[in-house]
Design a protein around this ligand. Structure first.
Ligand code: UT7
Length: 334
């Protein structure tokens, strides 16, 4: 068995910033409500006319990660792409990355695990490296939310939360079995699928039926039972972090950095308080980017690393919860 460690990180967000005040011109909302309930001050949205998509942003982030790993695109053995907002119904974004980066005909898979997408993708890549099948795996999380949101007052409970962006890392084989990904823990509970969902178009409710409804059918917009999701999130986050720490016999006090999926600053603060972590032990950036779903953890990890907050030998805890429900954690010794 081999160990895997992150050797390169990168992220990309569109330049175009949308503030809470900008949103209040589109719908009945205000900066105070959004900041108080979510912590979000602004998000980046792909502007009209831009060529950015989930795959295009993913490719931009991936190029940075590969370069920082000291590798070239020809050194990558496999691609894992996490997104809930793929460019196409099919094929997935992973194969687009293979083409956009002009890579050899390596394998590529898409992971469909929404907010937990990056955790699932990282864990998937880790398994390929642990078995010795691959040496360098490119892991990408990217989301193009803004084009699919209901930007009227009707959709304000969901639309103010989400932002566009992409992050990527290179996971590489290492001989040092004391470092890298120590463990990953993945869970799901499909009975709550309808609590956070984009229900259509689905193969059982295809486009002509939606069009025939003469705009009454809005099942192609994201729906969230926010309170229910929030309550489940705080419980599952805590459980899966504890599961990871217990597996590795790590005391919560001994972690160096916790990077939660950026769903809501209140959720992150609840978890921080529960574990008694200081501010310097937790990294949040939802204030600047909103919730970028599968991209959020890897964007935050990249930013934290760029700011020198992730150092050799640090214990880094990543955790996520979201639609599915799915949730998971990854424990890393850097
Ligand atoms: O990333 C995947 C996982 N996602 C999460 O973990 C998100 C979990 N849930 C949440 O973060 C929160 O539930 C939200 C931020 C989505 C909503 O916050 P909340 O405190 O649960 O608010 P609420 O949905 O209970 O709505 C409270 C009020 C309602 O008005 P009434 O019925 O009390 O008159 C809403 O209509 O706030 C109203 N409201 C808004 N007002 C201004 C909802 N959205 C907005 C808005 N601006 N954008």
């Amino acid at each position: 068995m081999y160990n895997s460690k992150i050797t390169g990180l990168g992220f990309y967000v569109p330049e175009h910033i949308v503030t809470n005040d900008d949103l209040s011109k589109l719908m009945d909302t205000d900066d105070e409500w959004i900041q108080e309930r979510t912590g979000i001050k602004q998000r980046h949205w792909i502007p009209e006319g831009s060529e950015d998509t989930s795959a295009v942003m993913g490719a931009k982030a991936a190029k940075i990660a590969i370069e920082r790993a000291g590798l070239t695109k020809d050194d990558i053995d496999f691609i894992v792409f996490a997104t809930l907002s793929p460019d196409y119904y099919f094929p997935g974004c992973g194969v687009q990355i293979q083409d956009m980066l002009d890579m050899p005909t390596i394998g590529a898979i898409d992971v469909r695990n929404q907010c937990s997408g990056f955790i699932y993708a990282l864990s998937t890549a880790d398994q390929f490296i642990k078995t010795g099948m691959y040496k360098n795996v490119l892991v990408i999380g990217a989301e193009y939310h803004s084009n699919g949101l209901d930007k009227s007052t009707r959709g304000r409970g969901v639309s103010v939360i989400f932002g566009d962006g992409a992050g990527a890392c290179v996971l590489s084989q290492t001989e040092d079995n004391t470092k890298g990904i120590l463990s990953s823990h993945l869970h799901s509970q499909g009975k709550h699928a309808d609590k956070l969902i984009v229900a259509s178009p689905s193969i059982k409710h295809w486009v002509p039926e939606i069009l025939a409804s003469k705009e009454e059918d809005i099942s192609y917009f994201p729906y969230m039972d926010g309170t229910f999701v929030f309550k489940n999130a705080v419980v599952r986050f805590s459980e899966v972090i504890m599961e990871g720490l217990n597996t590795n016999k790590i005391n919560p006090d001994d972690i160096d950095l916790f990077i939660p999926h950026q769903a809501n600053l209140r959720i992150s603060q609840f978890i921080q308080k529960k574990f008694g972590w200081r501010n310097d032990q937790v990294y949040n950036n939802i204030m600047e980017y909103g919730n970028t779903t599968a991209a959020s953890i890897v964007i935050a990890l990249t930013e934290a690393w760029e700011k020198g907050k992730v150092k050799e030998d640090d214990i880094v805890v990543l955790a996520a919860f979201g639609s599915g429900f799915t949730w998971g954690s990854v424990i890393i010794r850097w």
